[in-house]
Every structure is written in C-alpha cells, then in structure tokens.
Write a protein that binds this ligand. Sequence first.
Ligand SMILES: Cc1cc2nc3c(=O)[nH]c(=O)nc-3n(C[C@H](O)[C@H](O)[C@H](O)COP(=O)(O)OP(=O)(O)OC[C@H]3O[C@@H](n4cnc5c(N)ncnc54)[C@H](O)[C@@H]3O)c2cc1C
Length: 461
Amino acid sequence: MENIEKEIVIIGAGLTGLTLAFYLRKRGKNVLILEKNERTGGVINTVTEKGFTYETGPSTGVLSSLEIVELFEDLVQQCSLQVAAKGANKRYIWKKTKWEALPSGLLSAVRTPLFTLKDKLRILGELFRKAGGTPNESVADLVVRRLGKSFLDYAVDPFLSGVYAGDPSQLITRHALPKLYALEQNYGGFVRGTIAKQKEAKTDPQRAQHKKVTRQVFSVVDGLKKLTETLHEQIGNANILTNCKDLSIQPTASGFSIQFRQNSDDVKSILASKVITTIGGYALADVIPFADASDLKHFAETTYSPVIQIAVGYNHWSGIKLDAFGGLISSKDKRSVLGVLFPSAIFPYRAPEGGALLSVFMGGTKRKDLLLLPDTEIEKLVKAELKILMKVDAEPDLLRIHRYQHAIAQYDVKTDDRLKSISNIEKKYPGLIIAGSIRDGIGMSDRVKQAKILAKELMMT
Ligand SMILES: Cc1cc2nc3c(=O)[nH]c(=O)nc-3n(C[C@H](O)[C@H](O)[C@H](O)COP(=O)(O)OP(=O)(O)OC[C@H]3O[C@@H](n4cnc5c(N)ncnc54)[C@H](O)[C@@H]3O)c2cc1C
C-alpha cells in the first residue's frame, strides 16, 4: 500500500471544501481533496434539459458576506455572477386562499392583510420593549415577544421554511439568526439596532468594502454548478480524488493517516499534517472513529431537515403573473408545499421563451412524512398544489424530483453541545478541523465565508 504525503487534506468537495482548497492552492499550499462521490460540488448541481436549466439543490444564494463577493471577484474571468432581475424583488406569502406581497415599505406595511391591526400597532412599541435575557430563546418566542404572533405566522415562519426548512419554535435565535439576535442584545431592539447600524455604516472606515455586501439574490450564468466546476478547474484534477469510499482518519505521531477505498478494494493511505472535514454531522463518526464517543454522539444527534426539491417546467406559461422571486407558505396554512420559487422570472434563459420554470420545495422538519411518499404521489401532490397556488392547469413539460434526507442542519437547542464537541476534538487533536455547515451558518455565503477564514488561519500555522 503506497503512502502519499500531503500538507493539508480536505474531506468533502462541496462548496466549503472547494472554496477552502481554492484559496489554499492560490497561496501555494500542497492540498488534496478527498470526495466520496463521483462528482464534486456536493449538493450544488445544475441540469440543462428540454430547454430548461434547473438547480437540483440550492436555487439561489444571497450576497450576504464579503467573502462570497470576493470569491466572485477572484473567479471573474471564468465564472459570471448573475444577480436577480429587479422585477423579481417582490416576495409573496400565501395567506388562506391567496398570495399577498410581503411589505417592502412603511405604507405597504400599514396596508398589508398579512399582519393583524393589533400587531401593527404593537410594532410601534418595539422601540420601548426590553431586550430578552434568555440566551437559548427560540426564534418563535423572540418574534412573538417583540412583534406579535401574526408576524411569526406570516413573515418569520415562511421565511424560515425558505432558509432552514425548519421550525421557528425549535431554532435558537442566537445560532440560527445571529445578526437578529445581536440587534436586540447590542442595541436593545430591531428598530433601534437597524437605525444605529445605518449610522455606524456611514462612518465605518471599511465602508467601501461593506457596501459590496448588497444582500442581492445571486446565481451564476449557466447555473450554480458553473461555480463549483470553476473552483474544481482552478484547484486542478491532480489535487482532487473522487470516489473515495469508506474513508477514515487516524491520528499519528506527526499528523494524520487517512485511509479509503478507491475502485473496488484498492485501499489507499495518505499522510497529512492537517485534515479539515466539511461533511455532515451524521457522517462524522465513521470518519473520525478515534474521537471520544461522548463527542461523536453530539454530531450524530444533529437535527437535519429533509427536503424534496421539484423542478417544474412549462413550455407555455398560463398561470399567475410571475413578477416576483417566489412565494413562501406559512405552516399555519397546512399546505403540502413549503414554497414555490420562480427561477425563470429571477434569471434569464432558465426556460424556453414564453415558458416558465418553477422550483417547488416540500418536507422540512414539520412534514418529514412527505419524504416517505413515492415519486408518483409527490408528482400528484405538486400538480394539485400548483393548480391552487399558481392557477396552472396545464401538464408540465418537465417535472424532476430530488430528495435530501439531510438537507439543512438545524441550529436548535443541541447546537451548544455540538460546538463544544468540535472544540474538544480540535483541542485534543491539533491539526484536525471540523468545518462544514454543522457550524457557522448553512447558506452558500456562510460556507464561503467559513472556508476563506479557515484558509487564512491555515496560512498562518
Ligand atoms: C435542497 C437544498 C436547498 C438549499 N437551498 C439553498 C439556497 O437556496 N440558498 C443557500 O444559500 N443555501 C441553500 N442550501 C444550503 C447550501 O446548498 C449548502 O450550505 C452548501 O452548498 C453546502 O456546502 P458544503 O460543502 O458545506 O456541503 P455539501 O455540499 O454537502 O458537501 C459535502 C461533500 O462531502 C462529501 N462527503 C460526505 N461524506 C464524505 C465522506 N465520508 N468522505 C468523503 N466525502 C464525503 C459529500 O459527498 C459532499 O460532496 C440548500 C441545501 C439543500 C440540500
């Protein structure tokens, strides 16, 4: 068995692993990525078929960190960032029998039927409400306390379905929405915090940098796969091994030994001074079996929301006007669908001229039962839901179902234990870093931010 030596080995070639390897390679580090699957990209994948270009995993990201903006700047020659069309800024929320636009200004906030009059009046008092003192307060409790139940039902619940496919009563604000938590803790409330932050931004010496973080919705020309393919190309085939099965790490006197099978029984072994994992909590115990069982337990217990993503395409669109980013649905309305995005309204060339591409998502922590249905039942449900939600009777010309049992890590009450276990292991085994979406945020911007910060830290050691 040959022993290859590498300075840094990264486990997993999703967006986190690829971005980390890209920045380390850029600075001349001897890096190797080991990936279980045949292809790189992780959950990011784009398919072009029958005149439609659809995403099978994440649909869009948000330019919410400087690091994601800088990544696109670094790849500008090879990969073109695409931001959402201006006409697709609107967001719909389903209430009872129809879509209502989420308010975008004061006047629309006063007029919207989404929130009760009592809660609209209550919001005036938000300025004077005391900050909460419970560190593990759920998002639901915080929102009801500060804004009222109708804001939870018709703004935050559907928003969290869109981001976490999660349950606001289980997600802990401090972990799941850290910026919102900080507004209340640092400034006393959301309104005060927002005003103070706007003032601070004006005098911030790094204002130009922060101005780049526009929070615009993004994709990439030709789809998100182009981003991960570009990263792969830049890292180079010689520095990525795919099809690495049954991978497991063992600490050695000078670092780590990583063993895996490639092409049937051919066992390979690699020695590395540093190893960074970017894989899910459910997969960690097999990869770092030497760690204390009491820590591994907390990874295995990470809650994940399951998601079914359905791409639905029509050559000729006859449903409601697609003049928005999409629509989200509150769990209060008890529908089978969490939301419908309108990719062909957000980005050009996603559907044939005159046609439409929709991205429907179902499941989440509140409707795990839907994942048990066969594709034929999912298809029936989607068509029935689209008839009501999108007023479309026509048979779709494309319908593709993709399932994810472990779609999004939930930053719930178990998060503190998980973070403590990461810290225990990293202290006990210097050179081993446990990264990925089990910490530091679940969105694509968060993944790139974590990877770039880690790359900087690794350059210093
Ligand atoms: C259905 C869905 C919809 C989403 N929607 C959005 C969205 O709209 N906007 C947004 O910003 N984010 C979204 N996300 C989240 C975002 O896609 C992810 O946070 C991000 O792409 C994860 O990248 P990653 O590299 O951390 O993990 P992954 O993409 O999961 O990559 C991990 C890699 O590790 C590999 N691996 C696992 N185990 C092993 C092992 N034992 N040995 C070797 N390799 C292994 C896997 O095969 C995989 O390639 C969505 C996620 C899903 C699943």
